[in-house]
Design a protein around this ligand. Structure first.
Ligand code: FEO
Ligand code: CA
Ligand code: CA
Ligand code: CA
Length: 639
């Protein structure tokens, strides 16, 4: 096992290291039933039609779309294994911004030998770009971007092991994460950052936050520095993104547990200890080494500090002086992204995944309705959080996490949402990553990226569980044991109402590899073929034309079970026919994550996180997490 002190791995690489996939095991009868009922084997193989993967019910009401010919305005590209980005013929890409690029005129210059100095590290574009959204504000193009985590070794080259050695090193890492708000502009030489744009802003691990909603002011939220339990510092492990109809940005705190460690005794209070167990907070952090130098992250000293992370945070990009708000009503878990949509009555619906093996898919519905032009400051303060239950008969329901149903108070449900979900029997999922809502049909999709432990057995012969003890039994929506490829689930709410209790679901795609597996299950669904192999779907956005853009964060070894998949990539999927084609490939070692469009939709912005290759500047340069701008050479629309 690799020493934790080495340069931090991505969350997925760390996971794979500590919980390697077992060899492929035999499917049990449950899988057979789930797959064959859906027509995966019969329909797919007999007719070779991508549509066979979808239940018939999903095709009803979309016949107009179905009559269209191919939706794809590009010729798909082959899998790649090199160190750069590839796009289809007739398209071009350029780097818009890299880790360390200046946002302000007084920012330090990027020095590959020394990294970014502590002084001024909050004046540059942070590391490991992830979810992002573009806002048009007063004629300005404002891009808001997450910075998920840091690769310490390249950020702190002066340290022996890439581990912070003093408070200054810690501050550097804290400054290089969080969120960037920056103005961008398209000129003769393409897209650039407007240095010193009036709305430019960095939000870091030290930016003042306001805590709102049911958990605000609760005893579990109070610390010595904040006896009110309503004001915290920083937003953490900002993974996927979201946006509200009223023009604010939602940043999603994912693996927040990894920032906390203990210099002495762990808390013994039963409620606190049980929460730590469920959320993976222990004496050892995941390698940031904050806690020896910043007592805020030392749980021996500040046992409640972790309760103040793991939320959806709302940011107003139009006001650089505004205080970001932690919306505890939307629950505390390893938030992936936040997909918002309005119910027919105007209530705000937010779909959210909890990215950990066997954790749940959530939905939140606001109490109040959105009125354009009205006061939106408390819209995300009160509502109902629910978890998804997927039945094997392709029906499902959202189960509300109420005090009656869970035996917990509203504040406890907000702080320990996972525990509340377990109490009502939520379906354990194969790591829910991004949710995307189709703007052209009443349906939503979620990437279930993989789950190496699904259906596998512990040493005592019992089925492995999530951290709450809920078994990860193979079921229809998570139908593969030791699932190393992932799938995308789709649901349609009852009564065409995203706030309805019931839904019907199906699988849009099961990734797989027909070359490595003659067996139908791991070969993937019918819409997987030689030309579009991928694993571990993660980022996902549906564009204004209804095309599904799927980004991957998987095994890019291009060997064995992953042979033919190449580097991580972005594909486009047709929601009606199920056809999927590869559009972009990232440099070796990178994850492709984060996607949005310019206001004129002639440019798409794509995030390249943690490249291992010297990207984007080539041989002899450091690998730098970057956002690339992709355009058609003829400047026509790209989304
Ligand atoms: Fe940050 Fe689950 O991806
Ligand atoms: Ca990542
Ligand atoms: Ca992700
Ligand atoms: Ca992932």
């Amino acid at each position: 096992m690799t020493d934790i002190k080495r340069s931090r791995l991505s969350a997925d690489a760390w996971d794979e290291l500590h919980f390697p996939r077992p060899g492929v095991q035999e499917f049990d009868r449950v899988v057979e039933r789930a797959i064959s009922r859906r027509g995966f084997l019969g329909g797919a193989l007999a007719f070779g039609s991508g549509a066979a993967v979808m239940g018939t019910s999903f095709l009803q009401g979309t016949s107009a779309l179905a009559q269209q010919t191919s939706r794809f305005a590009f010729a798909p590209i082959a899998a790649q294994t090199d160190g750069t980005v590839h796009v289809p013929e007739g398209y071009k890409w350029q780097a818009l911004v890299r880790w360390g690029d200046p946002l302000f005129g007084d920012a330090p210059a990027f020095d590959p030998a020394k990294g970014v100095p502590a002084e001024g590290s909050d004046r540059v574009f942070g590391e490991n770009t992830d979810g992002m959204e573009l806002f048009s504000i007063g004629g300005r193009e404002i891009l808001v971007v997450n910075h998920e985590y840091t690769n310490d070794a390249i950020n702190l080259p002066h340290t022996a092991e890439g581990l912070p050695e003093n408070a200054e090193d810690v501050l550097t890492l804290q400054n290089l994460q969080g969120v960037t708000v920056m103005e961008i502009v398209e000129g003769a030489d393409g897209w650039t950052v407007v240095v010193d744009g009036p709305l430019n802003r960095r939000i870091t691990h030290n930016t003042k936050m306001r805590i709102d909603g049911p958990a605000a002011g609760h005893d579990l939220m109070k610390t010595e520095a904040d006896p009110t339990g309503t004001a915290s510092l920083g937003t953490f492990n900002n993974c996927g993104s979201g946006r509200t109809p009223w023009g604010t940005y939602l940043t999603c705190e994912e693996n927040f547990n990894g920032y906390f460690g203990a210099s002495g005794e762990m808390p013994t209070d039963q409620t606190v200890a049980a929460g730590y167990q469920r959320y993976g907070i222990g004496a050892k952090d995941s390698g940031y080494n904050y806690f020896p130098f910043d007592p805020r992250f030392d749980v021996s000293v500040n046992p409640n500090e972790p309760h103040r992370a793991g939320y959806i945070v709302e940011i107003d990009p139009s006001d650089p002086a505004s205080t970001p708000v932690k919306r505890t009503a939307l629950g505390r878990f390893k938030h992936e992204n936040a997909a918002t949509v309005l119910a027919p009555d105007g209530r705000v619906v937010v779909y959210m995944g909890d990215d950990e093996r066997g954790e749940f898919l959530y939905r939140w519905v606001s109490r109040d309705i959105y009125v354009p032009g009205g006061d939106t400051s408390t819209l995300l303060s009160e509502g109902t959080l629910s978890v998804a239950k997927f039945n094997d008969d392709l029906s499902g329901e959202w189960v509300a996490l109420t005090p009656e149903a869970t035996g917990m108070s509203a504040a406890e449900i907000a702080i320990f949402s996972r525990t509340a979900g377990s109490a009502v029997g939520a379906t354990t999922m194969d790591r829910p990553e991004w949710v995307a809502v189709n703007p052209l049909a009443i349906e939503a999709y979620c990437c279930l990226t993989n789950n190496s432990r699904r259906g596998t057995k512990a040493d005592d012969g019992s089925i492995r569980t999530n951290a709450g003890g809920d078994p990860m039994t193979v079921d229809a929506v998570n139908p593969r044991e030791a699932n190393n490829y992932g799938q995308i689930v789709r649901w349609r709410p009852a009564d065409n109402d995203h706030a309805a209790e019931a839904f019907a679901w199906d699988l849009y795609v099961m990734a797989g590899n027909p070359n490595a597996h003659a067996d139908g299950h791991f070969a993937g669904s019918a819409n997987i073929n030689e030309g579009n192999l991928f694993n571990s779907p993660d980022g996902m956005v549906i564009d204004s034309t209804g095309l599904i853009w799927i980004q991957t964060d998987g095994d890019d070894s291009n060997e064995g079970e992953f042979l033919g998949m190449g580097n991580n990539q972005m594909l486009a999927g047709d929601p009606v026919t199920g056809e999927i084609q590869r559009f972009l490939t990232g440099p070796f070692g990178s994850e492709v994550t984060g996607l949005c469009w310019s206001s004129d939709r002639r440019t798409m912005f794509v995030g390249i996180q943690h490249p291992a290759a010297p990207f984007p500047d080539g041989e002899g340069t450091l690998p730098r997490s970057s956002i690339v701008a992709v355009k058609r050479a003829d400047n026509l629309l790209v989304g």
